[in-house]
Design a protein around this ligand. Structure first.
Ligand SMILES: NC(=O)c1ccc[n+]([C@@H]2O[C@H](COP(=O)([O-])OP(=O)(O)OC[C@H]3O[C@@H](n4cnc5c(N)ncnc54)[C@H](OP(=O)(O)O)[C@@H]3O)[C@@H](O)[C@H]2O)c1
Length: 229
């Protein structure tokens, strides 16, 4: 993937897609900084981990420092995310989902993108979801956070045109991680496949990627039916 040493910062990489993609970048010769609440056990000289919650007040400072130590960031992947079924007795948990999935991404953008603009180059990838067009009574904040994230990142991509900075919104269906824990997971893809899709995004910098394609078609058809009439 890399013909010189590239530097990436991955947010949310103690598990799942973020962890697998971190391993892929390191194998491809990248230098990587990772941030999540837990460590991920990767112990190689080209990797540094920073334990931090994206909702913490000092998260932007920790992120800034991590990028300084890395010597800059050519690529930032926001892979942090949570998604719990709604509990009407605990709507704070829904608020937290919005804080992690949407506001955490926005705070990351606000830290990383100005640095990329100053460098005249950079690529931000945000992991959204095919749930972004759904109205969900099961996980309203998850669907809402992804709707907001997709709309924000696609708008940002347009705003950054001509500035050398690319923004990619990746809309996955089900990916085989601990997050996809429901019993019905149609057309679920393995984590390795998700990693291949992200690696291709790094090479081609598309604005929007929705995978798997058949699931994207299915959710497009179903989304209008989820809206209250
Ligand atoms: N799996 C799917 O089916 C699927 C489908 C569509 C989209 N996505 C999206 O893809 C992204 C990655 O999902 P995944 O399946 O890889 O999930 P995962 O295996 O549960 O991993 C989530 C990662 O986010 C980190 N994270 C969660 N809350 C955090 C916080 N407050 N601060 C910092 N890091 C935090 C976790 O690390 P710590 O717990 O250590 O903090 C973990 O490394 C998410 O945005 C998800 O919505 C997943």
């Amino acid at each position: 993937m890399a013909d010189r040493v590239h530097r990436a910062v991955i947010i949310g990489n103690s598990d799942g897609i973020g962890l697998a993609f971190t391993r892929r970048l390191l194998a491809d010769g990248w230098r990587v900084a990772g941030l999540s609440r837990r460590d991920n056990g990767i112990n190689v000289p080209t990797y540094a981990h920073h334990t931090i919650d994206v909702t913490a007040a000092d998260y932007p400072d920790v992120l800034d420092k991590a990028i300084d130590e890395l010597g800059g960031a050519d690529l930032c992947v926001y892979a942090a995310g949570i998604g719990e079924p709604v509990d009407l007795a605990d709507l704070d948990a829904q608020t937290r989902t919005l804080e992690v999935n949407l506001l955490g991404a926005a705070r990351t953008v606000a830290t990383v993108v100005p640095r990329m603009m100053a460098a005249g180059d950079g690529h931000f990838i945000g992991l959204s979801s095919l749930a972004d067009r759904m109205v969900s009574g099961d996980a309203p904040a998850y669907a809402g956070s992804k709707a907001g994230l997709s709309a924000y990142l696609m708008g940002l991509s347009a705003a950054l045109r001509g500035k050398g900075v690319s923004v990619t919104t990746v809309r996955f269906g089900f990916v085989d991680t601990k997050m996809a824990k429901g019993t019905v997971r149609p057309l679920m893809i393995p984590v390795d496949r998700a990693v291949e899709i992200l690696a291709r995004c790094v090479r081609t910098r598309p604005v929007l990627v929705s995978r798997p394609r058949r699931m994207a078609l299915l959710t497009s058809a179903l989304a209008p039916l989820t809206r209250p009439r």
